[in-house]
Design a protein around this ligand. Structure first.
Ligand SMILES: Cc1cc2nc3c(=O)[nH]c(=O)nc-3n(C[C@H](O)[C@H](O)[C@H](O)COP(=O)(O)OP(=O)(O)OC[C@H]3O[C@@H](n4cnc5c(N)ncnc54)[C@H](O)[C@@H]3O)c2cc1C
Length: 443
């Protein structure tokens, strides 16, 4: 966005490739994704269309998920379909919950009409319970919220709605790795005269006259600039500014006092060629009802989301997990965590597999090998504290504290990324736009 407006942009990335949660990696010749499975609202007039057009991302090979059931929620023995389109979504669920027909209409109207800031100080849990009487329906509507933190006491209605509505408008995945997005953005930055430097971990921001003048990286290089934008967790950003006069303790305390959302465990299954048929939807599986309680403190897999790729030679199983479970290896680094860590990962992968087999009974026989990642993996690659999947926890009881502005006490230092307002591709893209506006105003 800034390149397109004539600014010269340099990206400093600590890893050997750019993209953070959107990067893809290769194992034994196969491509795997990290944090990109599907996005919502890409059709004309929908939540992400305009922004993705501006970012030159609409021409990527997007594949629409099945409009007759882009998400399929299984709770115990029953499966419910999420149909594309607000009215169709409500009508489909009203077949299973006829007494809630009117409330379902109210629900989809609210999703359709949500404003940019509506509901930051309203509890998602309370809202759903005021709207609906049937607890199973509440479960069904909440079950796909593996893509956010389903936590009764803190989750704002705002986060819930923004992570549901766009997907109901239309849901898409890439016919290819998530790195296609990263490659396109990097290509456009470079075409406009900018640069992307990998392996350049920022360790310090240098100040002069209360402004940042340069970023120092671990290699000792200095990168000078007029404006600096940090996409890392704000606590990491503050660690680069230990002696700043402008960053008061009250600001530091605010950033460090906000908790982080849960982490994610992923089991990526490599499947024997042709062993399963591709499915063009996501499967969310719960063995028991009361999905909110199960998400509260996930010490063991409570739900699995199953995502396949178009070639049907891979399936990702994701489940939320708390950092406590992985804490004892927190002093270790990737590849050096020991046998007991591997054993725990194997156990969790096995439990995920058992959940997945509720929907795909012969899955086990189709698996060639499994790669797993824990919150520690995320922490070590992306520098997210506690390997949090979605960054700083938003709390409807305290939106002023947990929702951050892109501006900071230092006039030419800006923040962006999932920690500010909303996570996910949509949240991060929208926040980027907001940050860019602030940068352009500053100039
Ligand atoms: C398992 C999982 C599945 C997900 N699935 C989806 C999905 O299907 N759809 C969706 O929309 N969203 C999904 N998300 C969420 C989405 O991926 C994230 O919200 C989003 O990518 C976060 O982007 P970000 O730029 O804020 O942070 P990050 O992607 O974490 O980027 C931060 C970058 O900063 C770099 N960095 C850190 N420290 C330094 C330093 N000192 N110097 C230089 N660089 C540094 C990191 O290496 C990283 O590249 C998923 C997330 C997870 C964890």
């Amino acid at each position: 966005m800034l390149s397109k407006r004539g600014l010269k942009v340099a990206v400093l990335e600590r890893q050997i490739q750019p993209g953070g949660s959107l990067q893809s990696y290769t194992r034994r010749g196969r491509r795997f994704d990290t944090g990109m499975h599907y996005v919502g609202g890409l059709d004309e007039g929908q939540a992400l269309h305009e922004l993705f057009a501006e970012l030159n991302l609409l021409s990527l090979p997007w594949k629409r998920l099945d409009p007759e059931g882009f998400d399929r929620v299984t709770i115990g023995e029953r499966t419910f379909l999420y149909k594309e389109g607000y009215d169709r979504f409500a009508q489909e669920l009203a077949k299973s919950f006829p007494s809630e027909r009117e409330s379902l209409q109210t629900y989809v109207h609210a999703l359709r009409d949500m404003g940019e800031k509506d509901g930051t100080d309203v509890s998602a849990w309370d809202w759903l319970h005021q709207l609906f009487n049937d607890s199973l329906l509440i479960d069904v509507l909440s079950a796909t919220c593996l893509k956010m933190e389903l936590r009764k006491e803190s989750l704002p209605q705002f986060s819930f709605m923004h992570n549901q509505g766009p997907f109901i408008e239309s849901s898409w995945r890439l016919d290819g790795p998530g790195s296609l997005i990263v490659d396109r953005l990097c290509h456009d930055i470079k075409s406009a005269g900018g640069e992307v430097f990998c392996g350049e971990e920022v360790t310090e921001l240098l100040e002069k006259d209360d402004r940042i003048v340069a970023a120092r990286t671990v290699s000792g290089s200095l990168y000078e600039g007029k404006c600096f934008i940090s996409d890392t967790h704000p606590a990491v950003t503050l660690s680069w500014l230990t002696n700043s006069r402008k960053i008061k303790n009250v600001f530091r305390r605010r950033i460090f006092s906000v908790e982080n959302s849960f982490g994610m465990f992923t089991a990526s299954l490599v499947l024997k060629h042709g062993s399963i048929s591709s499915f063009n939807h996501n499967k969310y599986i719960y063995s028991l009802p009361d999905v909110w309680s199960q998400h509260e403190n996930p010490s063991r897999p409570v739900t699995a989301i199953l995502v396949t790729n178009p070639a049907a030679d891979q399936i990702d199983i994701l489940t939320p997990t708390s950092f406590d479970m992985w804490q004892r290896w927190s002093e270790t680094s990737v590849g050096h965590r020991g046998e007991d860590y591997k054993l725990l990962k194997q156990q969790i992968a096995e439990e995920c597999m058992l959940l997945a087999e509720c929907e795909l009974p012969h899955l086990r026989e189709c698996v060639e090998c499994i790669y797993t990642s824990s919150p520690l993996t995320w922490r070590d690659y992306n520098q997210t504290p506690c390997g949090s999947a979605y960054g700083m926890r938003k709390d409807w009881r305290n939106p002023l504290m947990t929702i951050l502005s892109p501006t900071t006490p230092i006039s030419n230092l800006f923040l962006t990324g999932q920690n500010l307002v909303l996570h996910g591709l949509m949240g991060v893209a929208k926040t980027s736009k907001y940050t860019c506006q602030q940068v352009l105003n500053f100039k």
